[in-house]
Design a protein around this ligand. Structure first.
Ligand SMILES: NC(=O)c1ccc[n+]([C@@H]2O[C@H](COP(=O)([O-])OP(=O)(O)OC[C@H]3O[C@@H](n4cnc5c(N)ncnc54)[C@H](O)[C@@H]3O)[C@@H](O)[C@H]2O)c1
Length: 314
């Protein structure tokens, strides 16, 4: 951990790995990528280039930066080749302990003992991944939000054996790259943001199943209301403002908290998705899609995200 990360390896070039590749390349790192085979790696490369071109088209990066970024990404020939001569590995393989443990074992055979391993895992515990590692102090979770080349959040999670200095080092590293790192003081499945999403999603499903509103209106009630504020402030600050200029969060807890208690009593508490979930969500989303394609909505989302980020950063 000498502060000189120049070469980054991305293992797994699916949805998240390809986006990480675009992110690191755009920031000026030399990026090596690898997946299970060459064709999968080529697919990831093609997507990373597409993301970079998208950033160019929307004036986020210059033509020169785009050209340099594209030429800085290379497909490695093997995991050995990938891990050789890099200071940071951003692991982005499938979300399974057996696969993650297997690839970290292989990476350790070729990576230098100082190379940092950052796992993109959305919900696994890093202590479990550390169990059979030779140098477990080098690994942490650096969980992005999709797509990492646009969304600033990165959750940093230590395992039991992670070097405590590594967390601070990576927070500083990501902050300098324009990301918004948050640090978990201890690991917990799903980290912070996905636990919050899980709590919200359960109630959103229940509202659809109970026929309280259409799926489209449940979604609208999020993006046209609280979602707009969430782009700027978190829940606690929003409620601090909700408590009025004199009262703040203390007033909110004392006087409005009780009405939340009534809601919690009435809300969904199940731990397994109700049997009708898939059918109800599929039907509801079909209506909301109205013939549009996922790819087109994702492109529209990314265009708008760029505009929102410009406003927030201005
Ligand atoms: N999808 C999301 O929204 C999201 C968001 C943040 C983090 N993540 C996390 O990122 C990681 C990857 O998720 P994803 O959505 O990109 O999945 P994905 O299925 O799109 O990509 C996973 C890639 O890993 C590759 N892979 C599997 N086993 C491998 C191996 N042994 N060696 C090399 N490559 C291997 C697959 O071929 C695939 O290309 C997961 O840990 C996930 O939890 C996902």
């Amino acid at each position: 951990m000498d502060g000189k990360v120049k070469n980054v390896a991305i293992l797994g070039t699916g949805l998240i790995g390809a986006s990480w590749a675009a992110f690191y390349a755009e920031k000026g790192f030399r990026v090596k990528i690898y997946d299970t085979d060459r064709s999968q790696c080529d697919f990831g490369f093609k997507n990373a280039v597409e993301y970079l071109n998208f950033l160019l088209e929307h004036s986020v990066i210059s033509a020169d930066t785009c050209e340099k970024a594209v030429s800085s990404i290379q497909c490695a020939a093997s995991i050995d080749d990938l891990a050789n001569d890099v200071e940071l590995v951003q692991e982005s393989v499938s979300e399974r302990y057996d696969i993650k443990k297997d690839v970290f074992g292989k990476l350790e055979q070729s990576a230098s003992s100082k190379c940092i391993f950052a796992s993109s895992s959305s919900g696994l515990l890093v202590s479990e991944m550390q169990k059979e590692m030779k140098y477990p102090e080098r690994i942490l979770i650096a969980h992005p939000f999709n797509p990492p080349h646009l969304i600033p959040l990165v959750e940093l999670v230590p395992g039991k054996k992670t070097n405590p200095e590594l967390i601070g080092f990576m927070a500083d590293f990501f902050e300098k790259l324009g990301k918004t790192p948050v640090i978990l003081k201890k690991e917990i499945p799903g980290h912070i943001a996905n636990r919050l999403q899980a709590a919200l999603w359960r109630e959103a499903i229940q509202l659809v199943i109970d026929g309280v509103a259409s799926l489209e209106d449940v979604d609208k009630a999020l993006y046209a209301g609280p979602g707009l504020r969430w782009a700027l402030l978190g829940q606690h600050m929003i409620f601090h403002l909700g408590g009025g200029t004199d009262g703040g969060i203390g007033y909110f807890v004392n006087h409005i908290g009780v009405s939340f208690e009534k809601l919690w009593k009435d809300m969904a508490k199940w731990e397994h998705l109700p049997a009708e979930t898939k059918e109800r969500l599929t039907d509801g989303i079909k209506e909301q899609m109205n013939g549009r394609k996922i790819k087109d909505i994702a492109a529209w989302r990314d265009e708008k995200l760029i505009e929102i980020l410009k406003v927030i950063r201005s």
